[in-house]
Design a protein around this ligand. Structure first.
Ligand code: HEC
Length: 274
């Protein structure tokens, strides 16, 4: 029996509809299933069982000769199924999204299951509120389990900072910030995602930039000021007026959020009156 995590259905579901002349290419595609764990019998070429999973990127699986299947989930549990029927036998709350496959080993006649827990890669930017990293801090760790072991220590809770700093008092042009919105969609959104309540990602929410980041915005985008932290410059795709447009767009979103929250803290942008 082989156990696979199936993502294919999701991509087919999201795929651009085929043009009329290419419709025949899609005829034999399976119906979308979303993320599932599936047991497949390679001899009969038939599915034996299937379990629907939550969250994005539920990965590695371990199956044992003792009729067990172990899988860590994006939502932060280690789940154990019976290998023949896919019946859920146990679910251990780990609080960290698990992408790696669990392993099994024995020390002094005691059986262990260990897993590298941690969630990362491009997934950090894929939004979804089910993933463990939206509830707990996403620090990678290795965890080993055994029968009658102690309870699993949970990571620290994730604190979602909702204080929107005051945006700089820039006079915004609708036309320019609209143009910036288009740049945001094509060049930034894939990593930085949405804003505010719908920002589920470990990358910064660009609608709540602090004053020093606003002041360094051009240097970050055009001179690679944050390249040490992995943010390359965009000099090859953005001119300085384009950067200005993205900045205006982000300021307009920050302004809207700031005004909605109605914060009345003393402005750090206003000149100090002595
Ligand atoms: C490939 C992913 C990726 C893309 C695309 C991307 N960024 Fe980022 N950006 C990051 C990461 C990761 C960080 C956080 C780096 C760090 O740890 O300080 C970041 C940080 C930033 C920061 C600093 C935020 C802060 O509060 O410290 C700004 C500003 C920023 N990005 C602007 C942009 C803009 C504008 C675009 C589009 C033109 C963009 N980024 C596209 C990954 C990306």
């Amino acid at each position: 029996m082989i156990v696979v995590g199936n993502l294919l259905g999701k991509y087919i579901e999201d795929a651009v509809p085929l043009r009329d002349e290419n419709k025949h290419l899609g005829i034999k595609w399976p119906t979308p299933e979303g993320e599932v764990l599936k047991a497949w019998n390679p001899i009969t070429q038939k599915e034996v069982w299937i379990v629907k999973l939550q969250g994005n990127q539920n990965d590695g699986v371990l199956s044992t000769s003792g009729n067990l299947v172990f899988q860590g989930t994006a939502t932060g549990q280690l789940v154990i199924y019976s290998a023949d029927k896919g019946q859920k036998l146990k679910e251990i709350e780990v609080g960290t999204g698990i992408m790696a496959a669990p392993i099994s080993y024995k020390v002094d006649d005691e059986q262990y299951i260990a897993v590298m827990a941690g969630y990362g890669g491009a997934e950090l930017a894929w939004e979804g509120d089910d993933e463990a990293l939206n509830k707990y801090q996403n620090a990678g760790r290795s965890i080993a389990f055994k029968l009658n072991g102690t309870s699993t220590p949970l990571p620290a809770k994730k604190i979602r900072d909702t204080i929107v700093p005051e945006p700089p008092p820039v006079i915004l042009s609708n036309e320019i910030s609209k143009k910036g919105g288009k740049f945001y969609q094509s060049l930034c959104e894939s990593c930085h995602g949405d804003f505010g309540e719908t920002h589920f990602s470990d990358f910064p929410d660009l609608s709540m930039l602090a004053k020093p980041i606003h002041e360094s915005f051009n240097d970050i985008l055009l001179k690679g000021k944050l390249s040490y932290y992995g943010v390359a410059d965009f000099l090859d795709v953005l001119k300085s007026e384009d950067v200005e447009a993205v900045h205006q767009y982000l300021i307009s979103v920050q302004k809207e959020r700031f005004e909605k929250i109605g914060r009345t803290i003393k402005s750090s942008y206003a000149p100090t009156i002595v």
